[in-house]
Ligand binder design. Structure first.
Ligand SMILES: O=C(O)CCC(=O)C(=O)O
Ligand SMILES: [Fe+2]
Length: 268
């Protein structure tokens, strides 16, 4: 990855909370991932409560050679390193998320679970998903939707959402007027198969309904900064470090919550 592109992509990630990098997977490996993901979900009967996420199948690198190769894929690590995200580590597993023909949209949500912790205010990413869509994505087949900047700034939508996934959103009605709403600032993230998409865990995102007659498959892995640098600014960071982070007591334990509290503020 060219240094100029790496820098611009990182700047977008820091500012907007998402970005993508093209041409990461080879056509050959993509094909292998399509076959392996089909094999892994074949025997799986998705419970009705994950219908907005489609199939939701976890696979671990330690048990699966193809997934291990994906999580160790050199071009991904080179791109992350070039962008300054070389201090991130993978969780060691991925989630296969499908959207079959006609399946509903995914509700607005964010995936950060540490909102009680002042670390939630880092102006740089601490945790992101690395998503590989196995087909090109479009508005028609269920592409990702994001609201740029919502990883750092509260918007009115934050305060009216049902908390994500098992905490409530899985059980909302398909015509929920807020969870599936359009937002004036939303962006459709349409990418080519073989790219990766990064999304800050704090970012508000959702996915469109699949109106085509082909399955849309996504392999999503979580990455977060290494424990030994977790509470330190990354090497590329030249801006200010918020006081709540500089003064954070690393020994304090915070109860996990998906609901943003005092650490997510409206813009000044
Ligand atoms: O289906 C997608 O495009 C996004 C999935 C997602 O954000 C999630 O399952 O948390
Ligand atoms: Fe998500």
């Amino acid at each position: 990855m060219q240094p100029e592109l790496a820098l611009a992509t990182r700047e977008q990630m820091v500012r907007d909370g998402y970005c993508f990098v093209d041409d990461i997977l080879t056509e050959e490996f993509l094909q292998e991932l399509r076959e392996e993901s089909e094999r892994l979900i074949e025997a799986h009967v998705p419970p009705p409560d994950v219908r907005y996420q489609g199939q939701h199948v976890v696979a671990h690198a330690k048990d699966n050679e193809v997934i291990r190769r994906l999580l160790e894929w050199e071009p991904t690590w080179q791109a992350l390193e070039a962008m300054g995200f070389g201090d991130f580590v993978s969780s060691g597993s991925i989630i296969i998320l499908t959207k079959d023909p006609g399946e509903p949209a995914l509700y607005w949500h964010q995936d950060w679970m540490e909102w009680n912790d002042p670390i939630s205010t880092t102006p740089w990413p601490q945790k992101f998903f690395v998503s590989y869509y196995l087909s090109d994505t479009s508005v028609e087949n269920g592409c990702l939707k994001v609201i740029p900047g919502t990883h750092l700034e509260r918007i009115p939508l934050h305060d009216v959402l049902v908390p994500a996934h098992g905490d409530g959103a899985r059980y909302v009605e398909e015509d929920h007027p807020i969870m599936f709403s359009d937002h004036p600032d939303q962006v459709d993230v349409c990418v080519r198969a073989g790219s990766f998409v990064l999304g800050d865990a704090r970012l508000l995102h959702s996915a469109r309904r699949n109106l085509t007659d082909e399955r849309r498959t996504l392999i999503l892995g979580w990455h977060q900064r290494r424990a030994d640098v977790w509470d330190k600014p990354p090497a590329y960071w030249q801006g200010e470090v918020p006081e709540v982070i500089a003064n954070r007591d690393a020994s304090e334990e915070f109860a996990g919550t998906r609901v943003p509290g005092e650490h997510l503020k409206f813009s000044k």
